[in-house]
Design a protein around this ligand. Structure first.
Ligand code: SF4
Ligand code: SF4
Length: 169
């Protein structure tokens, strides 16, 4: 019998505690996002659509090492690498991503790709408006993922073809 009484008392205490939280929240101001009339307030750590970053010279930070695609649990990153040349430089490394696609119909926004990247080339942005009835539109290409160029830089360094010195013979 004493255990039955203590069960009832602990149940009543739990209900009182729960109702106390409810009444406390009722007195707090209501916080409502007015999206889509006003943009939602996202936390800094929010994992939204990815951004492929550039360095201060506008060169792409991605050096096509494939570590992000290797870390991706849903296999949704597709990369084709190409070499930078003496005449044309796209990234700061030896290679750059000629093609960099993310299939957002498969991405689970886990952030593993961001963790794996050795050059901080891929980050999560705050973009989230990507709903579509056509999954083919959910494959985002590099051109859509790239960060904008810093003001006043071209981001792609092209040298003119080297002029060969006259041999004189
Ligand atoms: S966030 Fe996760 S699922 Fe999405 S591309 Fe990166 S590693 Fe893949
Ligand atoms: S985004 Fe980072 S991890 Fe992925 S290929 Fe480029 S440099 Fe490598």
């Amino acid at each position: 019998m004493p255990s039955r009484i203590s069960e009832v008392l602990s149940g009543a205490a739990a209900i009182a505690k729960g109702m106390g939280t409810t009444f406390k929240e009722m007195l707090n101001p209501t916080l409502t996002d007015l999206y889509p009339d006003a943009p939602p307030v996202l936390q800094e750590r929010y994992r939204g659509l990815h951004v492929l970053q550039r360095d201060e010279n506008g060169l792409e930070k991605c050096v096509a090492c494939f570590l992000c695609s290797a870390a991706c649990p849903t296999n949704c990153i597709y990369i084709v690498a190409a070499d930078n040349t003496a005449q044309e430089r796209i990234s700061g490394g030896e290679r750059y991503a000629k093609i960099y696609n993310i299939d957002y119909s498969r991405c689970i926004f886990c952030g593993y790709c961001v963790e794996a990247c050795p050059t901080d080339a891929i980050t999560h942005g705050h973009g989230f408006e990507m709903a579509s009835y056509d999954t083919s539109t959910l494959v985002y290409r590099k051109e859509k993922l790239l960060a904008p160029l810093p003001a006043g830089v071209t981001g792609r360094f092209r040298l003119e073809e080297p002029v060969l010195a006259e041999s004189g013979h």
